[in-house]
Design a binder for this molecule. Structure first.
Ligand code: ADP
Length: 159
């Protein structure tokens, strides 16, 4: 049984994240999307909301499930019997941070591999922060996030 963990803030999830999950689900028996609290990033959606939105978004993806991530990522991977961590790479700008993170996780646990996946080219410019900015300014994000996420964003930003 090959299990991979896909960690992130997912504040909120985008079609780029879903693209990575779909690709990972073809390679692994189980994909666990681990939603991190990340208070440091001052998320717009609470951890519970982000888990709920993700859960709705992946119901159609076989072998994918969602969980909240607390504590050290490598400990979470061990606890869930995972072999690897998936991270998405959009552009060179992602590389430096992701490289550092992957090597640090390897230092913390030699057994766990980090795998990078590239989304479909149309999603390479997409990020959760850009989506939030567009919604805050009254723009349309229907081609960047699933409908239920768009609805949740509208509610958040109309407050
Ligand atoms: P974090 O706060 O850990 O960066 P994010 O939720 O922003 O979490 O992203 C989680 C992972 O998904 C990261 O590896 C990030 O590079 C990747 N990612 C974000 N947006 C996209 C996208 N549009 N296409 C592919 N991967 C993405």
């Amino acid at each position: 049984m090959r299990t991979v963990i896909y960690p992130g803030s997912f504040d909120p999830l985008t079609n780029g994240h879903l693209d990575v999950i779909q690709r990972a689900a073809k390679l692994f028996d189980k994909v666990i999307v681990a939603v991190a609290n990340n208070e440091r990033k001052k998320p717009v959606f609470s951890l519970q909301e982000r888990v709920q939105l993700m859960s709705e978004a992946i119901t159609h993806i076989p072998h994918a499930q969602v969980d909240s991530l607390e504590g050290l990522l490598v400990d979470f991977v061990e606890k869930r019997g995972g072999q690897a961590i998936i991270r998405g790479l959009r552009a060179v700008s992602d590389f430096e941070f992701e490289f550092q993170l992957a090597l640090m996780n390897r230092k913390l646990n030699e057994r766990i591999e980090t795998i990078f996946m590239m989304p479909k080219d149309t999603y390479t410019f997409l990020s959760s922060s850009i989506v939030k900015e567009i919604v805050a300014l009254g723009g349309d994000v229907s081609s960047f996030v699933p409908a239920h996420v768009q609805a949740a964003l509208k509610v958040k930003f109309s407050k």
